[in-house]
Design a protein around this ligand. Structure first.
Ligand SMILES: [Zn+2]
Length: 311
């Protein structure tokens, strides 16, 4: 019996010693230092950062830094300007997509790699100008309630359908000139003004073009509508563009205070509601000169935005 007790005592003591040793090694400050020392010192490293356009966004890439566990990405509007951190979650890959940059604006991107005990130097990127984005809306169409709004009509022609080829041609020519276009033109005019306004409230674009044609009882010719000074500048550029390519009467520009397109507080860029012609008196032009209208609108927008245009 005594022997058994002794054996139990020895075993317990040995177990205690083992636990103590194990505990010590877990809490040993020197082993903690060893764990941190395991990660590489990144302080002498500077990443090379590249930025390029990806759809409406900007994609920032860099080479993997051996020893870095994650990265942080910043953006500034001047080389020595305040840096705004962009990533909310840890970035563990080698790229980040910036979806909140403004349309056609110059930025500087910065990336740093991190591990438990160190970080790389703050990288510097060359100046990068984000892609210019515009919104081209085909007037009327499918409303947010799902109902079809034809706009004005004459002899079986509906404004909402007649404007689709013109809007499409406009988008095609804008895209050819490197501009990113948000539009309903390729989707059979399936977004009405209310949808567009909500979209514009949360997306940065440089200009908003709303394409319409006038009712049969109105005069023939083009009529771009504006309310503010900035809108007038856009309207004038668009009118010049259209008249460069389409031979049609010019009714000048008209100031209007009663149009949602021009009044909405959800639109944060210059907007223009453009009456491309009269649904009856200019019907042939509206049907046959769609590519010319497209070129004219694209040229006008490029001129307004200070961007080069090629046909
Ligand atoms: Zn209309």
């Amino acid at each position: 019996m005594k022997q058994t007790i002794r054996l139990i005592r020895y075993t317990a003591a040995a177990l205690c010693l083992m636990l103590l040793l194990a505990g010590w090694s877990l809490w040993d400050p020197s082993s903690a230092v060893f764990a941190a020392g395991d990660s590489k010192d990144l302080s002498g490293i500077t990443l090379e950062v590249k930025a390029k356009t990806s759809g409406p966004n900007t994609r920032i890439t860099w080479k993997k830094v051996p020893g870095a566990d994650y990265y942080k990405v910043w953006r500034a509007t001047a080389p020595d300007g305040a840096k705004e951190k962009l990533n909310r979650k840890k970035v563990t890959g080698r790229s980040f997509t910036d979806k909140t940059a403004e349309s056609g604006r110059a930025y500087y991107y910065y990336v740093r790699g991190f591990n438990d005990s160190s970080r790389t130097a703050m990288s510097a990127s060359p100046e990068f100008t984000t892609v210019t984005r515009v919104y081209v809306e085909t007037g009327h169409g499918i409303g947010t309630d799902g109902a079809w709004d034809p706009g004005c009509s004459w002899n079986g022609y509906q404004e909402a359908k007649l404007m689709i080829p013109i809007a499409k041609a406009t988008c095609d020519h804008l895209k050819e000139n490197g501009i990113y276009v948000y539009t309903d033109a390729y989707d059979d005019n399936n977004r009405n003004l209310n949808y567009t306004l909500d979209f514009l409230d949360s997306h940065s674009v440089s200009a908003f073009l709303n394409i319409h044609c006038d009712a049969a009882f109105e005069d023939a010719g083009t009529l771009p509508l504006f309310r503010t000074k900035a809108q007038k500048k856009l309207a004038r550029a668009l009118n010049r563009g259209v008249h460069e390519f389409v031979s049609i009467d010019d009714r000048g520009l008209e100031k209007r205070k009663d149009l949602t397109t021009l009044n909405s507080s959800k639109v944060h860029c210059p907007a223009c509601l453009f009456e491309t012609g009269n649904i009856k008196k200019d019907n042939k032009l509206l049907r046959n000169k769609t590519d010319e209208y497209g070129k004219g609108f694209a040229k006008g927008l490029c001129d307004y935005l200070g961007l080069p245009f090629t046909e």
